[in-house]
Write a protein that binds this ligand. Structure first.
Ligand SMILES: [Zn+2]
Length: 345
């Protein structure tokens, strides 16, 4: 799960579109050939479909846009697999210029139903970082549970963790408040966060049908099928805590435990890990060390921008990724995957 910051600056947007049409983004590209551009997706789905009652910001792209983005990568990048990256790290086996790695976080079912057929058509490898405790279960992530409750509630107010009560007058306000509520929970200690989540259905007077969330996440048969067809899997903890907000013992369990559990299911070594949330405050040197000690070869943050190969080699446990949102147009995608993205504020 990540978060979205959108520029409302329309002259800038117009300029981006103009520069994209003129091909300016690709001037001087050869200077940046020795880089690894890692793209981060969560869900590939239609966020505007009727009855969409899960967490909207986790929709990274409509399937049609995802297809266009894959076309863009085919044209300008060499898409590599996680194994290509770890072979390069381990044995110095060359990576192609303009290497790009496609990644997905969390393990949503639409990675299988929507993204996988498109990836196959393009003949692209990808890696999906699984939150082990949610795969093949009816357990929703708290943001999807909260989104469900806010979508189906008949009430018009909610209590925030700072004990303020926020009221909405229409659907648009309710949506904003629900996203703020979910954001507000992110920074709570893990156990306190769970308490707030547990109480939410009752507070909003919503009951959840049994098995409702089973269709939101991947199951192990789907994971196994994909793993035999070019999709690799990595760890993303057992329960998705922010690792800097739990004890080192708990963090170790989450990091190492998810590696062992996925290895047991797939019968193969798991070499990559993605930090939950992955922003600057969500990863530190201690967490990186725990990840390395658990036996992973590489780990990925959500710090924005491509990484030079030199940077990856220097610290393979802090590889940057570019967070994609369904709100991004193709010109914006081109800008985000450009080296210049490292210099923007
Ligand atoms: Zn996640």
């Amino acid at each position: 799960m990540g978060s979205v910051k959108l520029s409302q600056n329309s002259p800038l947007k117009r300029f981006i579109n103009f520069a994209y049409r003129k091909g300016w983004f690709n001037v001087g590209r050869a200077l940046f050939a020795k880089s690894l551009t890692v793209i981060n997706y969560h869900r590939i789905n239609d966020p505007h479909q009727a009855g969409f009652d899960s967490f909207l910001p986790n929709v990274s792209a409509h399937p049609k846009d995802f297809d266009l983005q894959m076309e863009y990568l085919a044209r300008w990048f060499n898409v590599v697999s996680l194994t290509d990256v770890t072979n390069w790290l381990r044995n110095g086996k060359d990576l192609p210029p303009y290497a790009a790695l496609i990644t997905f976080d969390d393990g949503y079912l639409d990675n299988y139903t929507e993204a996988y057929p498109i990836l196959r058509r393009h003949n692209f490898p990808a890696v999906i970082f699984l939150t082990h405790g949610h795969i093949g279960t009816d357990a929703p992530f708290y943001w999807d549970l909260a989104a469900y409750c806010f979508y189906h509630t008949q009430t018009d107010a909610v209590l925030f963790p700072d004990n303020t009560n926020e009221k909405w007058a229409n659907e648009a306000q309710r949506k904003l408040i629900s996203q703020r509520w979910i954001e507000a929970l992110k920074i709570l200690p893990h156990t306190e966060k769970l308490k707030w989540v547990e109480k939410l259905p009752e507070r909003l007077n919503v009951s959840i049908p049994q098995g409702y969330f089973q269709k939101l996440m991947l199951n192990w048969d789907q994971v196994r099928e994909m793993s035999q067809n070019g999709i690799e899997f990595g760890g993303h903890t057992l329960t998705h805590p922010i690792l800097t907000r739990v004890s080192p013992e708990q963090a170790e369990k989450e990091i190492h435990g998810s590696k062992l559990a996925i290895e047991r299911e797939l019968g193969q070594e798991i070499s990559g890990f993605a930090y939950p949330n992955g922003r600057q405050a969500d990863v530190n040197a201690e967490v990186e060390k725990l990840t390395q000690n658990a036996g992973y070869q590489a780990a990925f943050t959500l710090q924005n921008g491509p990484t030079t190969l030199q940077e990856v080699r220097r610290n393979p446990f802090a590889i940057r990724r570019i967070f994609i949102s369904h709100l991004h147009t193709l010109p914006r995608y081109a800008l985000l995957t450009h080296r210049i993205n490292r210099y923007r504020k």
